[in-house]
Design a binder for this molecule. Sequence first.
Ligand code: MG
Length: 280
Amino acid sequence: MEKWPVGVFASIGAGLGVSLEVVRELGIQSVQLCCPHKEERTEANAAAFSAKMREMGVTISVVFCDFEGESYATIAKTRETIGLVPPELRESRKEEIREIADFAKLLGCDAIGIHIGFIPHDAGSADYQDLVSVMRELAEYLENQGQRFHLETGQETAEMLEGFLNAVDRKNIFINFDPANMILYGSGEPIPALKKLGKWVRSCHCKDACWSSNPRVDWGREVPFGTGDVDARRFLQTLKEIGYDGPLTIEREIPAEPERQKVEIQQGKALIESLKKEIL
Ligand code: MG
């Protein structure tokens, strides 16, 4: 398989990702897919969608979880609503992740991506231990289907995420490394984090951001890939150093401005293609 195929974060219908029409127009052949809503995750839809992917020559590298009620409006809202961390939502979302994994399997995809949320800081707390045991249950479910679980970076420092992965200790749990999220959430410099977490990185987002003046309290600002504080060249050089050879999936989270989103993804693709020539 081609090393570092350029990908894009896409969705069926609504969501943060671009539409399939844009995927086709940009000539991109690898996507991460934001999972459709519950009622659309049917066998018939999976079959129709798979057929469309085959016709377009597009591979789905990761299916990303997206839950009702999640909000990224502020860092505080994110803390309350995202992923598996809110204790009152943990059971129902655990069930839903199984359903999403089943849907991904119908699509022939062997990786599920998720923002699990802000992991509790006290590794000795009952809440942390419960989260670890839920992750183990899910890892086992995915393992039985030949699937992996990719945790998105951002909410934690590299050290905390490493501690959590070691605590969960399952061989099919990996990382989707998003360098911009480290900056947006104020969780640390992305390049050292990528080096530290390298052995777990099985997918990534090519996304960029500028640091907030009040990190960890206010969001940083997401900007087109190659124009922010990530340092795109060093990011790709470091991916090479850690031996990463999967897709380089561009993420540009401005769904309200689809035309600008498309142009900036196209520019990101051109940048990645030129950096690939230089670095690979
Ligand atoms: Mg991301």
